[in-house]
Design a binder for this molecule. Structure first.
Ligand code: URA
Length: 240
């Protein structure tokens, strides 16, 4: 679809509409090798080659980001009081229309996908897509075989049913932690499942969505673009 040059440049993070208009007027922008000075000129984002100061603009229709969400930050687009995950994005990764695809609680940490592609988010979150999520939890009391059996059978709590989930443990830095794999994303789901078996989540971190693992080299609050391969890996049926 043809788009105005100023709108295109601004959508690709080259500045506000005002900034990019100045950029175009000053002769720094070329379309298919020709200098263009009219910011309202229409271009074909998918087909035309646009350069700024001789450097090609790598067109991205949508952004797909991975964030290592820290505790204390809301999975929301805006909030009048609390900091949101979008507030943490550096300017070069920020774009209007971004939102977290699937929420983590304020105190939950780890893998969060942020995108401006609504269809993609819908597909990822739709129960019929069977995109599993893997969480690591520290719990008040150790996890038992009975807990794992209850999770596997599917838990009912407060009139709500949770689909069968896998629960197992591993050692991390000399301490036992629980791993939980679920394929739904109901409100406070992991915390409520542990509550239903008389336990309590002390800390919760998401490690995987489908076949995509949290990049542990990202600092808390850090974000980066996902590669094409990583985006595809989300739809691999199983985490483990
Ligand atoms: N389950 C929870 O209880 N909280 C989260 O943030 C994610 C899954």
């Amino acid at each position: 679809m043809p788009e105005r040059l100023d709108k295109f440049l601004s959508s690709q993070n080259l500045g506000s509409r005002k900034d990019v208009t100045l950029l175009v007027r000053s002769g720094r922008v070329q379309v298919n090798g020709e200098t263009v000075r009219d910011a309202a000129q229409k271009i074909e984002p998918e087909a035309d080659s646009v350069t700024v100061d001789g450097t090609e603009v790598a067109y991205r229709k949508h952004l797909y980001l991975m964030m290592n969400k820290p505790a204390g930050v809301l999975s929301a687009t805006e909030d009048s009081r609390a900091q949101t995950v979008l507030d943490l994005l550096p300017p070069e990764l920020y774009r209007r229309g971004l939102f977290p695809a699937g929420r983590l609680d304020k105190d939950t940490t780890g893998l969060l996908i942020i995108t401006d592609d609504g269809d993609f988010a819908h597909k990822m979150l739709a129960p019929k897509s069977h995109v599993y999520k893997l969480y690591e939890a520290e719990t008040l009391r150790p996890v038992t075989e009975e807990d794992a059996e209850a999770f596997a059978a599917g838990i009912t709590q407060g009139g709500q049913t949770f689909a069968p989930a896998r629960l197992w443990t591993k050692m991390r830095q000399g301490r036992e932690v629980a791993l939980v794999e679920i394929r739904e994303g109901k409100f406070h789901q992991v915390k409520r499942m542990f509550q239903a078996v008389g336990n309590q989540v002390v800390s919760l971190k998401r490690l995987k969505i489908g076949g995509l693992s949290l990049d542990e080299t990202l600092p808390a609050g850090g974000a980066r673009l996902l590669t094409e391969e990583e985006i595809g890996s989300i739809f691999m049926a199983n985490c483990t």
